[in-house]
Design a protein around this ligand. Structure first.
Ligand code: TA6
Length: 302
């Protein structure tokens, strides 16, 4: 029996979730009363979330390709067990290895509001243990419900010594146009400006994007709201277990350098990332867990 057939036999739920192969990759397709979503099992990578009747909420690059061991441009990359460059080893992948290795399905279920839930666990390999020799388990739970999408990135320390991680849900949101949107919730918050030598600044008013923006906002557990007048909607990003938030848009030059965002992709996307980044790393005692949880909600613009 194929992997797909076995997955569908064990975990498919009619009217909720099924599994298929796309470009040689295994993808969980959610299509319930409320929304459509898709998750690539490599990286437990949420690629799409589109509530019925709404424009897509999660952005995927038109130039994104699915390939074994390659991170997917767009969606909600899982950054784990570090965020950004590794602290000491430049040979290790930026944002950790979790987004480029296979995860396994632990379970699926219907929710009370007729939403759909799936849990996935990273499958450690010799290669991941060589990068991260600390006994641990990481599980991502995703719930696609009536008015929101929840993600819970849980890390369990299964060893006998404390472990320290950085992690993030590095989510790309779809917007009508980068020149239209504002990000509320970070007013007065200090941030590291990675476009200006990493110096510390303070956010004045809502965040507007009129050039490359790559900021790590510090000591903030606040909800962020992307206000998008172009589509008369707001996207609320609520979070728990995260005290830093990254706002990123590559703008023109970085888009050209990266080459996989589509020529004008930067105009249609904005990353608001719920993170444990910079000094906001998390130390987990033996047999204890840390959860980075987010809830994305689309609100009609008032
Ligand atoms: O979170 C912002 C950031 O760290 C940017 O500096 C940029 O590198 C972006 O992530 C994308 O990183 P990636 O490794 O996915 O190309």
């Amino acid at each position: 029996m194929s992997d797909i057939a076995a997955l569908n036999q064990r975990f498919a739920i009619p009217g909720h979730i099924s599994f298929k192969e796309t470009d040689g990759m295994i993808v969980a397709e959610i299509d319930n009363l409320h929304a459509k979503a898709s998750i690539c099992l490599q990286g437990a990578h949420l690629m799409h979330w589109t509530p019925h009747g709404q424009p897509a909420v999660i952005w995927m690059s038109p130039a994104a390709t699915l390939a074994p061991g390659k991170s997917i441009r767009g969606g909600a990359p899982v950054c784990w067990p570090w965020f950004g460059p590794h602290a000491t080893r430049s040979d290790l992948p930026g944002h950790g290895f979790a987004r480029t290795v296979m995860w396994e399905v632990l379970g699926t279920k219907k929710l009370e509001d007729n939403g759909t839930w799936i849990a996935l666990r990273l499958v450690p390999t010799e290669a991941t243990r060589a990068q991260w020799p600390h006994p641990s388990e990481v599980v991502l739970q995703i719930a696609v419900s009536a008015t929101s999408l929840d993600m819970d990135l849980g890390t369990l320390n299964t060893g006998t010594a404390p472990i320290t991680i950085g992690d993030a849900l590095h989510t790309y949101f779809t917007i009508s146009d980068i020149g239209e949107v504002l990000v509320h919730g970070l007013e007065g918050t200090k941030y590291l400006d990675k476009v200006d030598g990493g110096i510390t600044k303070t956010q004045s008013g809502p965040v507007l994007i009129d050039g490359e923006v790559d900021r790590v906002y510090l000591d903030t557990a606040a909800d962020c709201v992307i206000e998008d007048p172009g589509w008369q909607r707001k996207i609320r990003i609520a979070k728990r277990g995260s005290h830093s938030t990254v706002v990123w848009n590559p703008w023109i030059e970085k888009t050209k350098k990266m080459g996989d965002l589509g020529e004008h992709g930067y105009r249609k996307m904005l990353c608001v990332e719920s993170t444990n980044a910079a000094d906001d790393v998390v130390t987990i005692a033996p047999n204890k867990e840390h959860h980075l949880w987010v809830r994305y909600t689309v609100e009609a613009k008032i």
